[in-house]
Design a protein around this ligand. Structure first.
Ligand code: AMP
Length: 205
Protein backbone atom coordinates (compact mmCIF):
# COMPACT_ATOMS: atom_id res chain seq x y z
CA UNK A 1 0.00 0.00 0.00
CA UNK A 2 1.75 3.08 -1.24
CA UNK A 3 -0.28 6.25 -1.46
CA UNK A 4 0.90 9.57 -2.84
CA UNK A 5 -1.01 12.62 -1.62
CA UNK A 6 -0.57 15.61 -3.86
CA UNK A 7 -2.08 19.10 -4.07
CA UNK A 8 -1.23 22.75 -3.55
CA UNK A 9 -0.21 24.28 -0.22
CA UNK A 10 -2.83 23.92 2.54
CA UNK A 11 -5.02 21.50 0.63
CA UNK A 12 -4.80 19.26 3.69
CA UNK A 13 -2.11 16.83 2.56
CA UNK A 14 -0.50 16.68 6.00
CA UNK A 15 -3.71 16.12 7.94
CA UNK A 16 -5.10 13.55 5.51
CA UNK A 17 -1.80 11.72 5.20
CA UNK A 18 -1.64 11.44 8.98
CA UNK A 19 -5.19 10.06 9.20
CA UNK A 20 -4.58 7.57 6.39
CA UNK A 21 -1.20 6.43 7.72
CA UNK A 22 -2.63 5.85 11.21
CA UNK A 23 -5.64 3.94 9.83
CA UNK A 24 -3.41 1.66 7.73
CA UNK A 25 -0.63 1.46 10.32
CA UNK A 26 2.05 2.59 7.89
CA UNK A 27 4.38 5.62 8.13
CA UNK A 28 3.49 9.08 6.91
CA UNK A 29 6.49 10.40 5.01
CA UNK A 30 6.38 14.18 4.59
CA UNK A 31 9.29 15.62 2.62
CA UNK A 32 8.40 19.06 4.04
CA UNK A 33 8.75 17.72 7.61
CA UNK A 34 12.04 15.99 6.71
CA UNK A 35 13.39 19.25 5.30
CA UNK A 36 12.20 21.33 8.25
CA UNK A 37 13.99 18.92 10.58
CA UNK A 38 17.19 19.16 8.53
CA UNK A 39 16.84 22.96 8.42
CA UNK A 40 17.16 23.14 12.20
CA UNK A 41 20.89 22.58 11.68
CA UNK A 42 21.22 24.26 8.29
CA UNK A 43 20.68 28.03 8.13
CA UNK A 44 20.87 28.18 4.33
CA UNK A 45 18.16 25.55 3.96
CA UNK A 46 16.06 27.30 6.60
CA UNK A 47 16.20 30.57 4.64
CA UNK A 48 15.36 28.80 1.39
CA UNK A 49 12.29 27.09 2.95
CA UNK A 50 11.15 30.44 4.39
CA UNK A 51 11.21 31.89 0.89
CA UNK A 52 8.98 29.06 -0.32
CA UNK A 53 11.56 27.73 -2.80
CA UNK A 54 11.83 24.11 -3.84
CA UNK A 55 15.07 22.51 -2.66
CA UNK A 56 17.39 20.90 -5.26
CA UNK A 57 16.33 17.46 -6.48
CA UNK A 58 19.71 15.99 -5.49
CA UNK A 59 19.05 16.82 -1.82
CA UNK A 60 15.45 15.67 -1.62
CA UNK A 61 16.00 12.53 -3.71
CA UNK A 62 18.77 11.32 -1.42
CA UNK A 63 16.68 11.98 1.70
CA UNK A 64 13.71 10.17 0.18
CA UNK A 65 15.65 7.07 -0.86
CA UNK A 66 17.13 6.76 2.61
CA UNK A 67 13.66 7.11 4.19
CA UNK A 68 11.62 4.72 2.05
CA UNK A 69 14.18 1.94 2.44
CA UNK A 70 13.89 1.88 6.24
CA UNK A 71 12.34 -1.17 7.87
CA UNK A 72 9.12 0.58 8.91
CA UNK A 73 8.19 0.97 5.22
CA UNK A 74 7.91 -2.77 4.48
CA UNK A 75 4.10 -2.65 4.42
CA UNK A 76 4.00 0.62 2.52
CA UNK A 77 3.76 4.32 3.33
CA UNK A 78 1.87 7.52 2.64
CA UNK A 79 4.00 9.98 0.72
CA UNK A 80 3.17 13.66 1.20
CA UNK A 81 4.99 16.45 -0.68
CA UNK A 82 6.84 14.32 -3.25
CA UNK A 83 7.01 14.35 -6.27
CA UNK A 84 6.82 18.09 -6.72
CA UNK A 85 8.36 18.22 -10.21
CA UNK A 86 8.16 16.02 -13.27
CA UNK A 87 11.82 15.05 -12.74
CA UNK A 88 10.94 13.86 -9.23
CA UNK A 89 8.06 11.75 -10.59
CA UNK A 90 10.52 10.06 -12.96
CA UNK A 91 13.02 9.60 -10.10
CA UNK A 92 10.29 8.02 -7.97
CA UNK A 93 9.60 5.48 -10.70
CA UNK A 94 13.32 4.72 -10.89
CA UNK A 95 13.49 4.16 -7.13
CA UNK A 96 10.34 2.05 -7.12
CA UNK A 97 11.72 -0.13 -9.89
CA UNK A 98 15.01 -0.49 -8.01
CA UNK A 99 13.24 -1.62 -4.82
CA UNK A 100 10.32 -3.53 -6.43
CA UNK A 101 7.65 -1.12 -5.20
CA UNK A 102 4.48 0.11 -6.90
CA UNK A 103 2.12 3.03 -6.33
CA UNK A 104 -1.37 2.07 -5.14
CA UNK A 105 -3.03 5.44 -5.82
CA UNK A 106 -2.10 9.08 -6.40
CA UNK A 107 -4.65 11.19 -4.53
CA UNK A 108 -4.91 14.79 -5.69
CA UNK A 109 -6.50 17.13 -3.13
CA UNK A 110 -8.23 20.27 -4.35
CA UNK A 111 -9.58 23.23 -2.35
CA UNK A 112 -10.53 26.79 -3.39
CA UNK A 113 -7.62 29.30 -3.05
CA UNK A 114 -9.52 31.38 -0.45
CA UNK A 115 -9.78 28.33 1.81
CA UNK A 116 -6.08 27.52 1.32
CA UNK A 117 -5.16 31.07 2.38
CA UNK A 118 -7.48 30.91 5.40
CA UNK A 119 -6.14 27.52 6.48
CA UNK A 120 -2.54 28.48 6.08
CA UNK A 121 -2.72 31.75 7.93
CA UNK A 122 -4.33 30.01 10.90
CA UNK A 123 -2.33 26.81 11.06
CA UNK A 124 0.12 26.09 13.85
CA UNK A 125 2.30 23.19 14.85
CA UNK A 126 3.61 21.99 18.20
CA UNK A 127 7.34 22.74 18.61
CA UNK A 128 7.64 19.64 20.78
CA UNK A 129 5.60 16.77 19.27
CA UNK A 130 4.70 18.13 15.82
CA UNK A 131 0.90 17.91 16.30
CA UNK A 132 -0.87 20.23 13.82
CA UNK A 133 -3.73 22.63 14.55
CA UNK A 134 -5.82 24.84 12.31
CA UNK A 135 -9.29 26.18 11.57
CA UNK A 136 -10.72 22.67 11.52
CA UNK A 137 -8.74 21.49 14.60
CA UNK A 138 -8.13 24.41 17.00
CA UNK A 139 -6.27 23.70 20.29
CA UNK A 140 -8.31 23.86 23.50
CA UNK A 141 -6.02 26.60 24.84
CA UNK A 142 -4.48 29.18 22.49
CA UNK A 143 -0.90 28.32 21.45
CA UNK A 144 -0.72 25.26 23.74
CA UNK A 145 -0.62 21.69 22.41
CA UNK A 146 -3.55 19.53 23.63
CA UNK A 147 -1.38 16.41 23.45
CA UNK A 148 1.82 17.40 25.23
CA UNK A 149 1.45 21.01 26.46
CA UNK A 150 4.18 22.19 24.04
CA UNK A 151 4.20 25.64 22.48
CA UNK A 152 2.46 26.08 19.10
CA UNK A 153 4.23 28.06 16.36
CA UNK A 154 3.41 29.12 12.83
CA UNK A 155 5.70 27.95 10.02
CA UNK A 156 8.10 30.59 8.74
CA UNK A 157 6.85 29.96 5.18
CA UNK A 158 3.18 30.42 6.15
CA UNK A 159 2.87 34.07 5.15
CA UNK A 160 0.61 35.62 2.51
CA UNK A 161 3.57 36.49 0.26
CA UNK A 162 5.23 33.08 0.48
CA UNK A 163 1.93 31.28 0.06
CA UNK A 164 1.24 33.05 -3.25
CA UNK A 165 4.69 31.96 -4.44
CA UNK A 166 4.16 28.38 -3.25
CA UNK A 167 0.77 28.17 -5.00
CA UNK A 168 2.39 29.41 -8.24
CA UNK A 169 5.26 26.94 -7.95
CA UNK A 170 2.73 24.16 -7.43
CA UNK A 171 0.71 25.20 -10.49
CA UNK A 172 3.78 25.48 -12.72
CA UNK A 173 4.72 21.87 -11.99
CA UNK A 174 1.38 20.23 -11.26
CA UNK A 175 0.04 19.76 -14.77
CA UNK A 176 2.96 17.63 -15.96
CA UNK A 177 2.92 15.50 -12.81
CA UNK A 178 -0.84 14.99 -12.86
CA UNK A 179 -0.81 14.13 -16.58
CA UNK A 180 1.99 11.64 -15.91
CA UNK A 181 -0.07 9.78 -13.30
CA UNK A 182 -3.36 10.18 -15.19
CA UNK A 183 -1.77 8.44 -18.18
CA UNK A 184 -0.78 5.57 -15.90
CA UNK A 185 -4.35 5.32 -14.57
CA UNK A 186 -3.19 6.10 -11.01
CA UNK A 187 -4.68 9.56 -10.50
CA UNK A 188 -7.80 10.22 -8.39
CA UNK A 189 -8.99 13.75 -7.54
CA UNK A 190 -10.87 14.72 -4.38
CA UNK A 191 -12.51 17.85 -3.00
CA UNK A 192 -10.60 18.39 0.26
CA UNK A 193 -12.67 21.29 1.58
CA UNK A 194 -14.08 19.24 4.46
CA UNK A 195 -14.25 15.87 6.22
CA UNK A 196 -10.58 14.80 6.28
CA UNK A 197 -11.56 11.33 7.64
CA UNK A 198 -13.04 10.47 4.23
CA UNK A 199 -9.47 9.95 3.01
CA UNK A 200 -9.47 6.40 4.39
CA UNK A 201 -12.54 5.30 2.45
CA UNK A 202 -11.33 7.19 -0.64
CA UNK A 203 -7.98 5.41 -0.47
CA UNK A 204 -9.48 1.94 -0.10
CA UNK A 205 -12.19 2.28 -2.78
P1 AMP B 1 5.33 21.15 2.61
O1 AMP B 1 5.42 20.87 4.08
O2 AMP B 1 5.04 19.91 1.80
O3 AMP B 1 4.42 22.30 2.30
O4 AMP B 1 6.81 21.60 2.15
C1 AMP B 1 7.41 22.75 2.71
C2 AMP B 1 8.56 23.21 1.83
O5 AMP B 1 9.57 22.20 1.76
C3 AMP B 1 8.19 23.49 0.37
O6 AMP B 1 7.63 24.80 0.18
C4 AMP B 1 9.55 23.35 -0.29
O7 AMP B 1 10.33 24.48 -0.02
C5 AMP B 1 10.18 22.17 0.46
N1 AMP B 1 9.86 20.86 -0.15
C6 AMP B 1 9.05 19.89 0.34
N2 AMP B 1 9.01 18.82 -0.46
C7 AMP B 1 9.82 19.10 -1.51
C8 AMP B 1 10.18 18.41 -2.69
N3 AMP B 1 9.67 17.20 -2.98
N4 AMP B 1 11.06 19.02 -3.54
C9 AMP B 1 11.56 20.23 -3.28
N5 AMP B 1 11.25 20.96 -2.18
C10 AMP B 1 10.40 20.41 -1.29
Amino acid sequence: MIYILTGGPATGKGTRSDILAKALNIPHISTGDMLREKAQKDEELKASLSRGELVPDSMINALLEERITRKDCVNGFVLDGYPRTYAQAVELDRLFEKYGLSITKVMELVVPDELAFKRILERKKCDNCGEQYGIDFPPEVDDVCDKCGGHLSIRTDDTKETLAKRINTYRENAKEILDYYRDKGLLYTYDASHNPESVVEDALN
